[in-house]
Design a protein around this ligand. Structure first.
Ligand code: AR6
Length: 174
């Protein structure tokens, strides 16, 4: 089992093989963590993203990290929270699963995730953290990833992640 840890910080500074970007369907940049990643990676990132032709919600595409310490950026599109009846949970889970598939394809051993969809897209943070951790726990062993960092921008998010990570993994009954 890979090591799953929560840290507080700015994902653009993380020295890992891949960082994950919470992008939008255009993949052409935006605010929040997306804006920070594009600023830190440099204009080459936007030029590369223009070649990707966008991305549907729940899916993701890889680019190099350019001026970032990370070798790769996995751009995923989380769902906009619309009250929970629009498949938001599954779409969010798909983002994490897709990143682990991209990790396997790119031989990534360490990866850093932001709290996808919990900013501008307004997904409830506790619910999102549980989906993030459950999905990574379920699928990480099918990849070559050894270290997963959940990068929390603020103290409240860090506490949510630490609390869930301390719970024993839930084992399906039956
Ligand atoms: N490092 C780590 N986490 C960060 C950073 C950072 N530098 N900056 C913000 N966060 P958001 P979303 C946290 O809004 O909700 C963009 O415009 C933030 O506190 O970045 O998926 C895209 O282009 C929050 O916990 O992403 C889309 O249009 C988390 O990252 C839209 O926003 C996600 O917040 C996507 O919205």
């Amino acid at each position: 089992m890979a090591e799953l840890i929560a840290v507080q910080g700015d994902i653009t500074t993380m020295r890992v093989d891949a960082i994950v970007n919470a992008a939008n369907t255009s993949l052409l940049g935006g605010g929040g963590v997306d804006g920070a990643i594009h600023r830190a990676a440099g204009p080459e990132l936007l030029a590369e993203c223009r070649k990707l032709g966008g991305c549907e919600t729940g899916n993701g595409k890889a680019t190099p990290g350019f001026h970032l310490p990370a070798k790769w950026v996995f751009h995923v599109v989380g769902p906009v929270w619309q009250g929970g009846g629009h498949d938001e949970d599954d779409l969010l889970s798909n983002c994490y699963q897709r990143c682990l598939e991209l990790a396997k394809a790119h031989h990534v051993r360490s990866i850093a995730f932001p709290a996808i969809s919990t900013g501008i897209y307004q997904f409830p943070p506790k619910r999102a953290a549980r989906i993030a951790i459950d999905t990574v726990r379920e699928h990480v062993d099918a990849s070559d990833v050894e270290v997963v960092r959940f990068v929390c921008f603020d103290r409240e998010t860090l506490e949510i992640y630490e609390h869930i990570l301390e719970e024993p993994p839930r084992v399906p009954i039956g």
